[in-house]
Design a binder for this molecule. Structure first.
Ligand SMILES: [Zn+2]
Length: 223
């Protein structure tokens, strides 16, 4: 369990870059200072999915963003971080690029991508993923160790301020993973249950649409 704690460099970097995009260097430095995170940690970040930032710095970052930006600001910033996270991973990971490039139908593509994600966080696709093709809907159950939840759940004052599902970084990632092949289809995603508001798990629902029916399109001809 403990090995999964903390955030990968690439995930941490995606959140820091999202802060930088939205608030600039001064805003980024102010948030890092508030969170008590040494600036040298940020400058030494690498695009590395194996290297981790420890649980303390990760949690301080999450909680400071929530403190300073409020719920809506937190959601916007973390959601954008989730999108950047997938974009960076795609640049870095040949394995993911190969998966994205495989010519299969869109619903099979979603199955592959979300299964790879679920395995990467130490869960089992058989347990965590549910497909409902007739509704074009996918449920993603996430009940791993969560960097923020474990701390916020013990802080009554913080918990009382959260009234809606709040795992925006994960939501941004799920959204971006599903929209990685716009030539085949697109998704919308929302979190409908969340450990942060006392639910027994975080539950994400993905709705998908096919771009051209659900055939395999080896190439799309320009009209
Ligand atoms: Zn959640």
């Amino acid at each position: 369990m403990t090995t999964n704690q903390g955030l990968s460099h690439i995930a941490f970097k995606s959140i820091i870059d999202s802060i930088d995009d939205i608030f600039g260097t001064n805003g980024k430095n102010a948030i890092l200072k508030y969170a008590g995170i040494d600036a040298s940690i940020v400058t030494s970040l690498e695009y590395d999915t194996e290297k981790k930032i420890g649980i303390e710095n990760t949690t301080n970052l999450y909680m400071s963003i929530r403190d300073l930006m409020g719920t809506k600001g937190y959601s916007t910033l973390m959601y954008r971080g989730g999108i950047l996270n997938i974009n960076y991973t795609l640049e870095l990971s040949e394995k993911l690029r190969r998966l994205i490039d495989l010519e299969v139908t869109f619903d099979e593509k979603l199955n592959q991508v979300y299964s790879a994600y679920i395995e990467s966080i130490g869960l089992f696709p058989d347990e965590a993923l549910e497909f409902f093709p007739e509704k074009k809907e996918i449920l993603i159950h996430k009940k791993p160790y969560c960097n923020e939840c474990e701390f916020v759940k013990n802080d009554k004052e913080k918990l009382e301020r959260i009234s809606k599902p709040g795992c925006s970084h994960v939501l941004g990632k799920i959204h971006q993973m599903g929209n990685i092949r716009p030539d085949l289809g697109s998704v919308t995603a929302e979190e409908i249950k969340c450990a942060l508001i006392g639910d027994d798990e975080c539950l994400f629902v993905v709705h998908y649409e096919f771009r051209y029916g659900n055939e395999i399109h080896l190439s799309v001809e320009e009209q």
